[in-house]
Design a binder for this molecule. Structure first.
Ligand code: ADP
Ligand SMILES: Cc1cn([C@H]2C[C@H](O)[C@@H](COP(=O)(O)O)O2)c(=O)[nH]c1=O
Ligand code: ZN
Length: 193
């Protein structure tokens, strides 16, 4: 069964696995990450949750969804710290993976090869519709990839793009609905609206 805690109970393989939760903004990535981490906690597994220190939108330490669900986490500046701090856990969760350095896939592989279930959430595409940071590479090496969809703010179809309504061409621009709206392919590429 996918995403089940029982894979870690009474099984003698020394290997873990990598799960990626990706999609546009507002698609439910953080809620899904929190759900899986809470289930692991209910199963009395040791969990460690990380987020990039530069993502200060909601809370300094907590991971918080757009619906204000939250779970405590450790902010880190570099993926190497995840390897140091996460190696003793049964389950490692990582949010906002797009903001991490390109060593993150290697770090996740090392954790998974050490027996840890690694669950990573992040944007697969930036505001240009281009692959974002280490997330596409993580999707390649993961056992399980879940692509989430928001609701297109323009037409109501499933949305897999994050359209930037704010000014600015830089890749990194923290923000919420004042800066971005989830859109479907047609509404994303239909310009001037
Ligand atoms: N256009 C939208 N489509 C879907 N969910 C939305 C939308 N706007 C707001 N939401 C809210 O955002 C929540 C998902 O938040 P979150 O898990 O933080 O998403 P993500 O991490 O993918 O940005 C949904 O449960 C919903 O209540
Ligand atoms: C598309 C895009 C997004 N960002 C920023 C905006 C938000 O702060 C996060 C994404 O948060 P969510 O949990 O997925 O809603 O990323 C960015 O910096 N650049 C972009 O192109
Ligand atoms: Zn649309």
């Amino acid at each position: 069964m996918l995403f089940s805690e029982d894979r870690f109970v009474g099984r003698d393989t020394p290997y873990g696995s990598i799960e990626v939760i990706c999609g546009s903004m507002f698609s439910g990535k953080t809620e899904e990450l929190i759900r899986r981490m809470r289930r692991a906690q209910l199963a009395r597994l040791t969990v460690e949750i990380f987020k990039p220190a530069m993502d200060t939108r909601y809370h300094h330490t907590n991971i918080t969804s757009h619906d204000s669900n939250s779970i405590s986490s450790t902010p880190v500046d570099h993926s190497s710290t995840i390897l140091q701090l996460g190696s003793a856990a049964n389950v490692v969760g990582i949010d906002e993976a797009q903001f991490f350095d390109n060593e993150l896939p290697n770090v996740c592989n090392r954790l998974a090869n050490g027996g840890i279930r690694v669950i990573v959430a992040g944007l697969d595409m930036d505001f240009m519709g281009l692959p974002f940071g280490p997330v596409p590479a993580l999707m390649s090496i993961a056992e399980h990839v879940t692509k989430m969809h928001a609701v297109c703010i323009r037409c109501g179809a499933p949305a897999n793009y994050s359209y930037r309504v704010a000014k600015g061409e830089q890749k990194l621009l923290l923000g919420e609905k004042d800066h971005y709206e989830p859109r479907c392919r047609a509404c994303f590429y239909r310009t001037g609206e």
